[in-house]
Design a protein around this ligand. Structure first.
Ligand code: FEO
Ligand code: CA
Ligand code: CA
Ligand code: CA
Length: 638
């Protein structure tokens, strides 16, 4: 979500009232011990994972960057070596013959149209003309990453121009979606609810090379998953009383779908982040300690759903526990439009930003997850066994395993602490593992996890390092030689290497990059959020926050940069439109097409931008997917 919107409402608020040593203090101690960062700042890789010397290593990032001077205003800019196009703006029909966009939409149409708040997404290549299926047998994983091993396989070549895009619709303000501050009827609420969730859309490219055009096609697997779509629970907490309501209503929906993940078996993972903001209280209500820890409040974020839809009314005794049904990672089969989305409780209930999966020791699947709120934590899940064997035995690898939370030590090491009822300290507070998972934040508090500076996306690089964006740390108050940024409002990217090939309980960590808005520096950026490592070691970094030149003034729109993790080289590939956030990343198998998103262009205000419509000062701007290709049809990022 945009910072303007969420200021002190959600992820900038502090729900963590423990005295656990916060990350900025750990970092301060770590940096003074190392006596580094005295020199250059912007883009400084303060690495203990050795950087390559520029003499011996040619940077893999070679495009012409977008100059700062071109990166503002109502229209996007892209590197002169690249081009962009628009795909599936908010309100477009899911399929070509669906209901056309009308503003404001009605709820029936919106349920068959692309939602708003485009965020995390992934592209699933379709195998061949006859079969839709593109499961793990096709989308084979490399050692660390989800990348096809054999690009000559025809299954991949077809998938370069025909696939399924699963895309999250994180949020849309009432003023943007409804054209008014608050809903006036249940119909208004339904419009808002249907604008949230996930779209599964089948897309195809007509024409080859860089001039081909992508569009949605007729499909028997295209669908919308929204706040009223039936879902099911799986994993250790699935049968818990904490997920049952007194009136016995069935589990419905997913909301505030922020970032995402994808599995080696070909499914999509959508992550529920600021779910608390959609609940409110119409009557007498006092927050329980558990509700407080997750940030529930009487008015929520102002969506007003609870006024017309009792399910979101915290004071309605019939719907007690409804709020516990949100905050999970949800698995969706992109190739089966009839399958129910599954909430995987083994991954814990937090404000999930996203999940990055990789394959660890013995074929166990390992997932890294940020809980995006000031002073909340980073989590890791490790499956019980080899993922292929588990699937073969009819068990989801995401249902059986261990959940850990990270503690960062100031000597550059760290530990993964298990959230388990077998821990006597946790057993003093909770009586069963389903409580531990449902209130994972509280279990993590007890373990002494390290409060972080708003952990956003995670990604696993081909170097076996895990990268995580910490979007900002404005709580640092005192500058010193090691910490010349006070406050450090611009965020940084941390990385670590786990022992035992991802499955171990210990890690080494360091800061990959301290982002800084520095006057006169061409590669200035701040508030890193979306991040994705490609198989060649490039990092794609997306921003969500004011891109200033060191002062108060915003000098360019939010952006996507590319960094070479071997050299620290950093270049600006794309800038969005005024008021937007750049988020979401997906690629075709050959990496010659990349999909990203502009979220909340103009914050919905037509006086800032009318994107994707030409500038007229009137047309309501629409969140959109942006298709990026290199003019010479080369690999994206080169
Ligand atoms: Fe949805 Fe933390 O961004
Ligand atoms: Ca966002
Ligand atoms: Ca984000
Ligand atoms: Ca953000």
């Amino acid at each position: 979500m945009s910072q303007e919107y969420k200021q002190d409402l959600s992820d900038n608020a502090i729900c963590n009232q423990t005295g656990n040593v916060p990350f900025y203090k750990v970092l301060e101690a770590r940096l003074s011990r190392r006596d580094i960062l005295k020199g250059g700042l912007a883009g400084a890789a303060t690495t203990f994972f050795a950087a390559a010397s520029p003499v011996t290593y040619a940077s893999k990032v070679g495009f012409n960057p977008v100059p700062i001077a071109e990166g503002s205003g109502p229209w996007p800019s892209i590197s002169s070596d690249y081009q962009w196009d628009v795909l599936i703006p908010w309100g477009e029909p899911l399929e070509p013959d669906g209901p056309a966009f009308n503003y404001p939409p009605n709820s029936a149409d919106q349920a068959k149209q692309i939602g708003i708040g485009h965020d995390g997404m992934w592209y699933f290549p379709i195998k061949d003309r006859e079969s839709n299926r593109c499961g793990w047998d096709v989308w084979d994983w490399n050692d660390y990453q989800s990348w096809p091993k054999n690009m000559e396989n025809p299954a991949y070549t077809h998938g370069n121009w025909h696939g399924v895009l699963c895309i999250n619709h994180e949020f849309g303000r009432n003023t943007h979606v409804l054209g008014k501050e608050a809903p006036e009827s249940l119909e208004d609420v339904r419009v808002s609810q249907h604008a949230h969730g996930v779209s599964v859309v089948e897309i195809r490219k007509s024409g080859g090379g860089p001039s081909g055009k992508w569009s949605q096609i007729e499909s028997d697997i295209a669908r919308r998953v929204h706040v009223n779509t039936p879902v099911e629970f799986s994993g250790p907490a699935a049968g818990s009383d904490l997920l049952k309501t007194p009136n016995g209503n069935i589990p419905l929906g997913t909301v505030n779908n922020c970032a995402n993940g994808y599995t080696p078996w070909g499914t999509y993972l959508t992550c529920e982040e600021n779910f608390n903001g959609y609940f409110g209280a119409n009557g007498e209500w006092t927050a329980t300690p558990e509700q407080e820890r997750y940030g529930f409040s009487e008015a929520g974020f102002g969506y007003g759903w609870h006024i017309f839809d009792k399910r979101f009314d915290l004071s309605d005794p019939d719907y007690q526990n409804e709020e516990n049904r949100f905050g999970w990672v949800v698995e969706i089969d992109p190739m089966d439009g009839t399958s129910k989305p599954v909430k995987r409780t083994a991954l814990g209930r937090v404000k999930h930003e996203g999940i990055a999966l990789t394959i660890g020791l013995d074929g166990r699947v390992v997932g890294y997850m940020g809980d995006d709120q000031r002073f909340d934590y980073i989590y890791k899940f490790v499956s019980e066994g080899n993922w292929r064997e588990m699937l073969h035995a009819g068990k989801s690898p995401l249902d059986y395993g261990k959940l850990y939370v990270a503690r960062f030590n100031d000597d550059g090491t760290g530990d993964w602490l298990e959230l388990t009822i077998d821990n006597p300290d946790i057993a003093q507070r909770f009586s069963s593992q389903d409580e531990v998972l449902t209130y994972a934040r509280i279990a993590a508090d007890i373990l002494g996890a390290t409060p972080m500076d708003r952990p956003e996306w995670t990604t696993v690089g081909p170097d076996g390092l895990v990268y995580c964006t910490l979007t900002n740390n404005s709580r640092r108050e005192v500058a010193n030689a090691a910490n010349p940024l006070a406050p450090n409002a611009d965020g940084h990217i941390i990385r670590w290497k786990d022992t035992e090939r991802f499955t171990g309980l210990h890690f080494d960590w360091d800061i990959y990059l301290i982002s800084q808005s520095t006057h006169g520096t061409e590669d200035t950026f701040s508030d890193p959020d979306g991040i994705w490592a490609d198989p060649d070691g490039r990092l794609f970094i997306q921003t969500d926050g004011g891109q200033t030149d060191g002062g108060e003034e915003v000098v360019l729109n939010n952006q996507m940069l590319v960094s070479d993790t071997r050299t620290g080289d950093l270049r600006r590939l794309f800038t969005g439109v005024a008021g937007d956030e750049i988020t979401g990343i997906a690629v075709t198998p050959n990496r010659k097409t990349m999909f990203i998103n502009t979220q909340h262009p103009g914050n919905g205000d037509p006086s800032l931008t009318n994107f994707p419509a030409p500038v007229d000062g009137v047309t309501v701007p629409r969140d959109s997917t942006i298709v990026i290709t290199r003019k010479n049809f080369g690999t994206i990022g080169t």
